[in-house]
Write a protein that binds this ligand. Structure first.
Ligand code: SF4
Ligand code: SF4
Ligand code: SF4
Length: 250
């Protein structure tokens, strides 16, 4: 439980910093930068997300992402799980179209002229003009309102343009047989099928079923540890594992 408190504290801190950091997660600013041949802050942040997800999976989503923090605030109003299924693929369609647009913009300019991490920010601060305030509150509404209406982390499930970078990193980890963070089960025979882990999972993962393979090997898992902390039998824990030993083919 201490872990969940710490996790929520980190998410709230990140949310409070969102007016400063907003543009470093911007899918639009990277297009503007691409048209000028500039590597901007969000370009670097997205690349870091991809690279760091190889060892660390989606810990960013669970512990650092301000949009994750905003959605967890909405848990106070709506604790239902959004519908799963085909809707979870919407984010990959958004991501693919956007990535093609970004590639087109950089190709149009033809070369990289400079790296400017603070591109189009005021001394590194994203929300510094009336226009950027409007953008900020528009994005806050875009993330918060669907979570209130549809349930837990719906923006992460359906729409996030950053999640595919981390999913791709985790797939690469599996492909290259590299070690990385997973949620794993020890002494799974102690499981009493109470499903508390399933109820606690904000990403709608059938944890009780997944642990039959000793490890949660699901790209939607954000490694928040809520399942670990809801299991009274203390079967689940964080661990480092390799595909060779634990891959279940997902
Ligand atoms: S899926 Fe996207 S919005 Fe959700 S926590 Fe991860 S990066 Fe943030
Ligand atoms: S499976 Fe566990 S660690 Fe993964 S998202 Fe669900 S609750 Fe969090
Ligand atoms: S909470 Fe623990 S005991 Fe209950 S189903 Fe999940 S793993 Fe099994």
């Amino acid at each position: 439980m201490k872990r969940q408190r710490l996790r929520k504290l980190l998410l709230i801190a990140s949310l409070l910093l969102f007016p400063i950091t907003l543009y470093y997660f911007s899918p639009a600013l990277i297009i503007n930068a691409g048209l000028k041949g500039i590597i901007n802050g969000s370009f670097i942040v997205f690349m870091l997300m991809f690279v760091l997800s190889i060892p660390f999976g989606r810990l960013f989503c669970a512990y650092i992402c301000p949009a994750g923090g905003l959605q967890e605030c909405a848990f106070l109003v709506n604790e239902n799980l959004p519908r799963q299924g085909w809707r979870n693929y919407i984010k990959y369609i958004i991501w693919t179209i956007w990535l093609l647009a970004v590639t087109y913009c950089y190709c149009q300019y033809g070369k990289i002229v400079k790296i400017d991490f603070l591109f189009e920010t005021e001394n590194g601060i994203s929300v510094s003009t009336i226009q950027s305030y409007v953008i900020y509150y528009g994005i806050v509404c875009l993330i918060f309102i669907p979570s209130v209406l549809c349930g837990k982390r719906v923006f992460c499930h359906y729409f996030c343009w950053m999640a595919p970078f981390m999913v791709l990193g985790m797939k690469l980890r599996k492909f290259l047989h590299l070690p990385g963070i997973h949620i794993k089960a020890k002494e799974k025979e102690k499981c009493i099928s109470c499903s508390k882990c399933n109820k606690g999972c904000p990403m709608g993962i059938d944890v009780a079923n997944e642990i039959k393979n000793d490890v949660i090997d699901n790209s939607e898992c954000i490694q928040c540890g809520a399942c670990i902390d809801s299991c009274s039998k203390q079967i689940l824990s964080y661990g480092i594992s390799k595909r060779k030993e634990n891959d279940n083919g997902k």
